[in-house]
Design a protein around this ligand. Structure first.
Ligand code: AVJ
Length: 375
């Protein structure tokens, strides 16, 4: 494997103790009123890591203030994001679930039985499970450990080890035949997949429009790195018999009339989600922010094709963070998130620049969301 980063892969592998593992009966699914299963809040470590605190400080002392969106997802942030996914204005999550439900049989019909699913940024397994429960009608019902399911193994990758343990425990209960191999890692860094035996195919999975949070350059670098990870040394033994695929979900809606309410909802949930960043820095990094003194603002940046979220200081003030003074002018903003929305032609150029080719493409009836199968 070649990596564009000199550092060692930051990977730890926890093998699934499928039988003896503590079973958690509490992992009930969260269902929306229309029966769609939505994403679940993830547990998170208690403190901002030193590295994250440094990143926050760096962003807040730059001439144009920023905070990394990865800081959104502490326990409260995960709870608020889950609330966002249920808002009528936030169409993304439910659109993707519906699209996955309708396309999963076709996606998996293109794979041989005995495949491995590798999910990047797996905060929970609800989207993966739509794929994991698919059986291949053409495949032989041949006593595979996961019944005649297409997937025999699942490798969820995430930075949050507790979330991965919860995934493993829930799946041990629900899908005892499935081998689950959690990998605790930051998917923006090189990842070495654990050695596996006898899988028939590999499919990467990057749902949730997460790619929209990356800048376009790093997004291409991520896709290229994922391609190298999924084609390790000696693979493919034979491309026809051992295909490698990648299922990518991304948001294609570029209509501000629909996007702005999705990112600035009338109930104010997204505003609370945004301000929770400051509350979190107060709780975990010695911050003295008054979150209510910052207004939530969502902006459609047409030239960059992205929704931006900002926190706007309502007054001139000085705030402390980790022992440092940070000055705000009245009306000064902290840029907290970009959510890129890609026209299909642009995403096509990006995946091709990363070495993939588009094998199949699906979209919902309103053309809001896309699922692409890359080869
Ligand atoms: C989880 C990154 C897909 O960008 O739509 C929701 C996060 N931010 N509302 C998105 C988010 C504001 C979300 N993603």
């Amino acid at each position: 494997m070649t990596y564009d980063d000199e550092a060692e892969p930051e990977t730890s592998v926890v093998f699934s103790g499928a039988r003896g593992a503590a079973r958690r009966a509490s992992g009930g699914q969260n269902a929306s009123p229309n029966g769609q299963v939505l994403t679940r809040p993830r547990p998170e470590a208690a403190a901002v890591s030193a590295q994250a605190a440094r990143a926050a400080l760096g962003g807040l002392t730059a001439p144009r203030k920023t905070l990394p969106p990865s800081l959104f997802y502490d326990e409260e942030g995960c709870r608020l994001f889950y609330e966002i996914t249920k808002l009528p204005e936030y169409y993304l999550t439910r659109t993707e679930f519906r699209l996955l439900e309708t396309t999963a049989p076709e996606v998996t019909s293109l794979l041989p039985a005995g495949a491995t699913l590798v999910e990047y940024g797996a905060s929970d397994e609800t989207k993966a499970e739509i794929l994991l429960r698919q059986t291949n009608p053409a495949g032989e019902p041949d006593g595979e450990p996961n019944g005649d399911s297409v997937f025999r193994s699942y490798i969820p990758i995430d930075v949050a080890a507790p979330a991965l343990r919860a995934i493993r425990d829930r799946l041990a209960d629900r899908r005892p035949g499935l081998t689950v191999i959690p990998v605790t890692a930051d998917f923006m860094r090189p990842i070495a997949l654990p050695a596996r035996r006898s899988e028939s195919a590999l499919m990467g999975f990057f749902p949730g429009s997460t790619i929209g949070n990356l800048e376009p350059g790093p997004a291409v670098a991520f896709l290229r790195r994922a391609r190298l990870t999924l084609h390790p040394e000696g693979w493919p033994r034979s491309e026809a018999a051992h295909p490698v695929r990648f299922l990518l979900g991304f948001d294609t809606c570029r209509d501000p009339a629909r996007l702005l309410p999705a990112y600035d909802d009338p109930a104010g949930v997204t505003a609370r989600f945004n301000r929770n960043l400051l509350a979190r820095l107060n709780r975990e990094a010695g911050g003295t922010f008054d979150p209510d003194d910052f207004a939530h603002r969502a902006v459609w940046n047409e030239a960059e094709s992205r929704i931006e979220m900002h926190l706007v200081s309502r007054s001139a003030r000085t705030v402390m963070l980790a022992g440092q003074k940070i000055g705000f002018a009245r009306g000064e903003t902290i840029h907290t998130e970009n959510s890129y929305k890609y026209a299909p032609e642009r995403m096509r150029a990006m995946v091709e620049a990363a070495g993939w080719s588009r094998q199949r493409a699906w979209t919902d009836p309103d053309g809001l969301f896309a699922l692409w199968l890359l080869a």
